[in-house]
Design a protein around this ligand. Structure first.
Ligand SMILES: [Zn+2]
Length: 434
């Protein structure tokens, strides 16, 4: 084994989902995991970390986010999705500019890094600005330009959002050896129409990129679609060729049994956002049913504007316990299954399953460390149980992406947090809210 950059010793280590080592070593070299096990052969390292009372685990993957919406945290609570969007969010978003978006994106990324997220999937606009924030911060991201189309003639070559998307695909897809990916995005069925779906489906297939979309989030959206087209949103998207690419479908709260079969047959992933779905009163997705049909499920927070946090540990615990309660079955969703959705499932949704989501040799060193020496995490009978049922984002004491420490003991290493706070308070908030 070549010389390691960092060697962690005496750590509890979660390898993937429910598999763990109670006391082991993990070596990182060249941005990759070089070795992991109860014992490693004698190895030289630049830095040796005694990780006694620490837990190493794969970084969490937030599969559904709108990171600049961090600016709207707590701005409009306790409304249903349509009122929330039409009366509060869309008018506030109409006042955004690139400088606001940067402040919100960097604040959101700082929150994610501090609470253990190493990769996220995003849908928004001002995508070049968001991508530059991702570039600077060191986090991984699958970004996309959420597209809408409300009728009339759709010209894919001239349409402004489509141009922004193509420009971003050219500039950012594959950036830094794939740390950033850029995808196509249909905002949702109820905010667009068939010409957009067909054009994006054809483009994504040709470009070999994924598609990010919202699917059947609310009952109203799902039923209005059936009234309008005589088909569900999933069936319409299938007919338009959307599932010919790697699709991440957020929410899927109201999808039919047939829709689930469509998702399964095309290998689409569902991004499950239980906190946002409950807060907006949208309902609860039938995650147990998806799993039975073989649909890959990932976890997301959704935008902070409807969550109101980017802490994936909160989402992880809720995803683990919610479906036990709904189905009156505590064994239905084990801690290992829930953690698998937040790691391996997220990596698969992002097309990164060979790259991250598990702590095994050869994978990128996307690792987080939790401090088990805290009252809220003692005793630790089982590291997976601790991670899923007890830990909070604030228990994360180190976040590493590709072997580079981006946040340690609360300190951001790549983001100038004071500057971001200043921008948020003195520019973005006055600009949007007056
Ligand atoms: Zn969303």
């Amino acid at each position: 084994m070549k010389k390691a950059d960092i060697l962690f010793k005496n750590a509890a280590i979660i390898i993937d989902g429910g598999n763990f080592i109670k006391n082991g070593c993990l070596a990182v070299a060249g941005g990759k995991i070089a070795g992991v096990g109860e014992k490693l052969p004698e190895i030289e390292a630049e830095r040796v970390v005694d990780a006694s009372d620490k837990l190493l685990m794969p970084g969490l993957i937030n599969a559904h986010m709108h990171v600049p919406m961090t600016l709207l945290r707590g701005y409009a609570d306790d409304y249903d999705l349509q009122t929330w969007l039409n009366d509060y969010i869309f008018p506030a978003e109409a006042r955004l500019d690139a400088r606001c978006v940067r402040a919100g994106a960097l604040m959101g990324i700082a929150e994610m890094l501090a609470s253990g997220t190493t990769s996220f999937s995003d849908m928004y606009y001002f995508c070049n600005d968001i991508a530059e924030c991702v570039e600077e911060s060191g986090i991984k991201a699958n970004l996309s330009r959420g597209q809408t189309f409300f009728g009339g003639n759709f010209d894919f070559d001239m349409d402004e959002a489509s141009r922004e998307m193509r420009d971003c695909v050219g500039r950012w897809n594959g950036f830094d050896s794939g740390r950033i990916r850029f995808e196509a995005s249909i905002h949702a069925e109820y905010t667009s129409a068939p010409p957009l779906w067909k054009a994006l489906a054809a483009y994504a297939k040709e470009a070999g990129i994924g598609i990010n979309l919202h699917l059947s989030e609310t009952r109203r959206e799902h039923e209005d679609c059936i009234r309008k087209y005589g088909m569900t949103p999933a069936a319409l998207f299938e007919r338009a060729g959307v599932f010919g690419s790697r699709v991440t479908a957020a929410h899927c709260v109201w999808v039919s049994d047939e829709d689930v079969k469509i998702l399964a047959s095309h290998g689409a992933s569902v991004a499950h956002n239980p906190v946002s779905n409950l807060k907006l009163g949208s309902g609860v997705a039938n995650i147990a049913g998806f799993a039975k049909e073989g649909v890959n499920v990932a976890l997301g927070t959704d935008g902070v504007s409807s969550n109101n946090s980017a802490d994936m540990f909160e989402t992880l615990k809720l995803a683990a316990i919610l479906h036990k309660g709904i189905n009156l079955d505590p064994g239905l969703m084990t801690a290992g299954m829930a953690l698998g959705m937040a790691t391996v499932g997220g990596a698969k949704a992002q097309g990164r399953e060979e790259e991250c989501g598990r702590l095994i040799p050869g994978m990128d060193a996307d690792i987080i460390m939790l401090d088990l020496d805290r009252p809220g995490l003692m005793p630790c009978h089982n590291p997976v149980s601790a991670a899923v049922y007890s830990a909070k984002g604030s228990d994360v004491c180190m976040t590493m992406v590709r072997g580079k420490i981006l946040c340690e003991n609360g300190e951001q290493k790549t983001i100038d947090l004071e500057k971001v706070k200043y921008e948020l308070k003195n520019y973005a908030l006055p600009h949007i809210f007056g």
